[in-house]
Design a protein around this ligand. Structure first.
Ligand code: SF4
Ligand code: SF4
Length: 368
C-alpha cells in the first residue's frame, strides 16, 4: 500500500515562512500521534563535522523542538559518536562541535544528549534475528527514549549512494561498535609505518587485544570485539577500519540496524528530510562540496522508506547544478547518485527496508 509523504517546497511569503511551513508539515504527517505528554522525545540529527556547512540550520531544529514541546513532550537533540577519529568521536568533542555549529541551547531550546555516552560505549543490544545480525547495538539514550523524530539532511553518500532517514537512523543511532559492525567483519588494522608505539591503544582496549611488538601495535583478531576504541584514541591515526564489507552487504547491515533502532517505536517515530544543500558526500566530512542539485524542499512522513524513495526520486528528476561533482548523469531524469558513485546500488537500502517491513517504496506526495 502506498504511504503518504508530505512535502513543502521552499517558496514562502508573509503568510508562511519556512519555519511555519515546517511546523505545518510535521502536523500534517501526524506528529501528534507520535508523541504524547511527558514523552522523552529523541530528535536524531547530524550536527555536522567541524568545517562542514551543509548540515541542517539550527533554527529549523528549534522549530521541531517547539512543535514537540507544544504537544507536551520533552525533546532532546541527539546523535551517537563516530567510529572514526574526528570532531565527534567522544561526547565532549561532539558537544563542542554541535555548539560550534550553532546548536546551543539558547538557539535550539532543548538540551543535547550524546546517545551512546562519553566514549561511545553506552548501548543496548536489540534482538532482531535477521539474516545479517541476530542483535544490533543501539545508542542507549535513543533506545530508551519514548519517541524518535529523525531530522535528516538528504544528500549523496559515498557508501550508501544517498543518506536520508534510513541512514540517519540505522547508522546514526548505532553505537560505535554497532557502526563498526556495519562496516566490517574483521578487527581494525594498524598501519605500521605511522605507529609510533605510544601504547594509547593498548591502554584503552578493554579486551586486552592489543600488544606492542618491536614498538608497533599488533591486534589479536580473536580477542577483538570490534568496539572501535583503538581507532579513535590513536594520536597518529594509525588504527584503521578494514572496509571489507561489500556495498550490498553494508546497505543490508544498515537497514537491519534501522529495524533494530525502530523496534518498539513503530508507532512512535516520525521522519523529516531536508533536501537542501544537497552535497555529494556525507556531513561527516570536514567540508562539503558544491551541491549537486538545487534546494528542493522539506519532506515529512511516518514511513522511512517512502520518504527516502520520494527524496531520491525528486533529486533524480532535477538537472545537475553548475559546479556539481558528477561527470555523467547530469540531465533531469538521470540517476544523480550513480553519477557520483557509479558502483553504489543505492536502491538496495530501499528494497531491503521494504522487504523487512520498514515501509513502502510506493508513495503518494501530498504538497502543502
Ligand atoms: S595508539 Fe596508534 S601510534 Fe600509539 S601504539 Fe597504538 S597504533 Fe601505534
Ligand atoms: S576494536 Fe576495540 S576490542 Fe578491538 S582491538 Fe580495538 S579497542 Fe580492542
Amino acid at each position: 500500500m502506498a504511504s503518504t509523504v508530505f512535502f513543502t517546497d521552499l517558496s514562502a511569503n508573509y503568510q508562511g515562512n519556512l519555519l511555519t511551513k515546517l511546523g505545518r508539515l510535521m502536523e500534517a504527517a501526524g506528529v501528534k500521534d507520535v508523541v504524547k505528554e511527558r514523552d522523552l522525545a529523541a530528535v536524531k540529527l547530524h550536527f555536522g563535522e567541524m568545517g562542514n556547512t551543509a548540515y541542517i540550520r539550527p533554527v529549523f531544529l528549534r522549530k521541531v523542538v517547539e512543535v514537540l514541546k507544544g504537544l507536551g513532550a520533552v525533546p532532546f537533540l541527539t546523535d551517537a559518536n563516530t567510529v572514526y577519529a574526528g570532531t565527534r568521536s567522544d561526547a565532549p568533542h561532539h558537544l563542542e562541535t554541535a555548539i560550534h555549529n550553532g546548536f546551543a541551547y539558547s538557539v535550539v531550546g532543548a538540551p543535547i544528549i550524546i546517545a551512546d555516552g562519553l566514549r561511545g560505549k553506552s548501548d543496548v543490544a536489540v534482538e532482531i534475528n535477521q539474516k545479517r545480525f541476530r542483535e544490533v547495538y543501539v545508542a542507549a539514550e535513543i533506545a530508551r527514549a519514548d519517541a524518535l523524530v529523525s531530522v535528516a539532511h538528504f544528500k549523496g553518500h559515498e557508501l550508501a549512494g544517498f543518506g536520508g532517514a534510513i541512514k540517519n537512523v540505522g547508522m546514526g543511532a548505532a553505537s560505535r561498535r554497532g557502526k563498526l559492525a556495519q562496516h566490517s567483519t574483521v578487527s581494525p588494522k594498524v598501519k605500521k609505518k605511522t605507529c609510533v608505539g605510544c601504547g594509547e591503544c593498548v591502554k584503552n582496549c578493554a579486551q586486552q587485544a592489543i600488544s606492542l611488538k618491536e614498538k608497533k601495535a599488533v591486534i589479536d583478531g580473536d580477542k577483538c570485539v570490534g568496539c572501535g576504541e583503538c581507532i579513535v584514541v590513536c594520536p597518529t591515526g594509525s588504527v584503521q577500519i578494514q572496509w571489507n564489507q561489500s556495498g550490498a552487504i553494508f546497505l543490508e547491515n544498515m537497514v537491519e540496524y534501522t529495524l533494530g533502532v525502530l523496534k518498539g517505536k513503530e508507532d512512535k517515530s516520525l521522519f523529516v528530510n531536508f533536501v537542501t544543500d544537497v552535497s555529494p558526500g556525507c556531513d561527516c566530512f570536514p567540508y562539503n562540496d558544491a551541491p549537486i542539485v538545487r534546494d528542493i524542499g522539506i519532506f515529512a512522513s511516518r514511513d522511512p522508506v517512502a520518504i527516502d524513495q520520494a527524496c531520491a526520486d525528486m533529486v533524480n528528476r532535477e538537472g545537475a547544478l553548475e559546479g556539481a561533482r558528477m561527470k555523467k548523469n547530469r540531465n533531469p531524469g538521470e540517476d544523480k547518485f550513480r553519477g557520483i558513485y557509479p558502483s553504489v546500488e543505492w536502491e538496495i537500502q530501499l528494497e531491503y527496508a521494504q522487504q523487512l517491513g520498514l515501509g513502502s517504496r510506493d508513495y503518494t506526495i501530498e504538497k502543502l
